[in-house]
Design a protein around this ligand. Structure first.
Ligand code: B12
Length: 217
């Protein structure tokens, strides 16, 4: 992804206000503006994600209600679907890949990562929210080589360790890349749960897939 040098501070405040007032129309107007030279992914990472984070923090402090957090998440989900670019026509030779959310209902981040990978030419499955056992079975059945796991809650993040054990029992080499809030809060967590890599953004997932592709070629 190219350089995105815009300062989103003003738009972030406007988006935040629109979201907590549940004003979909204004949120849509803010997000569908052109932000050259920034790509829609960069707009999501530098505008949408920080605005939602502030709302989440405000909820912790009692400034916003859970319904405001929920509606904000839903509005952003719809708008992110709208602004992210369509997938490329051509698909490259690549490792078999899938993304899943582990025992968690926070879907937005995984969708952003999924779209970023597809927009970068990778083909992958989105398994939705899965339990550890169901996910391990699915990965085995589909012979997945790179599994991206998104968790937004610490309790879910800790379950990646069991997922790793189950996949090891099947005897296949599966690379696990994790991401989401708990891994940002604790930078050593990904190693503790025995993941192969951790990313803090969709762009990092794309870089990791690109590097894995080079290794396999
Ligand atoms: C919006 C939101 C919700 C919405 C979700 C709407 C939806 N459809 O997704 C709703 C209201 C439903 C919700 C519910 C709950 N939530 Co909530 N929620 C959030 C909030 C504010 C923002 C999450 C978000 O969507 N961010 C925007 C997206 C784009 O960013 P992202 O998910 O971080 O993803 C980016 C990166 O992390 C990365 N990434 C993500 N996954 C992956 C994977 C890979 C492989 C890679 C490389 C990168 C990557 O790339 C993405 C794009 O940049 C966070 C706060 C936060 N700081 O994250 C809390 C937060 C995650 N929620 C929290 C909690 C506690 C809950 C509830 C338990 C609340 C309750 N009491 O009911 C429930 C649980 C629901 C469940 N079972 O899953 C806590 C978790 C705390 C913890 N330590 O476990 C948080 C951290 C808030 C807090 N600080 O307390 N929530």
């Amino acid at each position: 992804m190219g350089n995105c040098s815009l300062d989103f501070e003003q738009q972030k405040i406007s988006l935040l206000n629109a979201l907590v007032s549940m004003d979909t129309l204004s949120a849509r107007t803010i997000l569908t503006q052109p932000y050259d030279p920034c790509t829609p992914h960069q707009v999501v990472e530098q505008l949408v994600a920080p605005a939602l984070e502030i709302i989440g923090e405000g909820w912790e402090k009692g400034e916003y209600s859970l319904s405001q957090v929920y509606v904000s998440g839903r509005i952003c989900e719809e708008l992110v679907d709208l602004i992210l670019p369509p997938m490329h026509q051509s698909r490259r030779y690549q490792p078999k890949m899938a993304i899943a959310v582990l025992e968690d209902r926070h879907m937005l981040g995984s969708r952003v990562v999924y779209s970023a990978l597809r927009a970068s030419g990778f083909e992958l499955a989105h398994y939705g929210s899965q339990t550890v056992d169901a996910l391990a079975q699915r990965v085995e059945k589909d012979r997945i080589e790179l599994l991206l796991v998104s968790t937004l809650m610490l309790s879910s993040a800790l379950r990646v360790k069991r997922l790793r054990s189950l996949l090891e029992q099947s005897g296949r080499q599966v690379k696990i890349m994790v991401g989401g809030a708990p891994f940002r809060f604790d930078p050593a967590l990904w190693q503790e749960v025995r993941a192969d890599a951790c990313g803090s953004s969709a762009a990092e997932a794309v870089d990791f897939a690109e590097n894995l592709l080079k290794e396999l070629q």
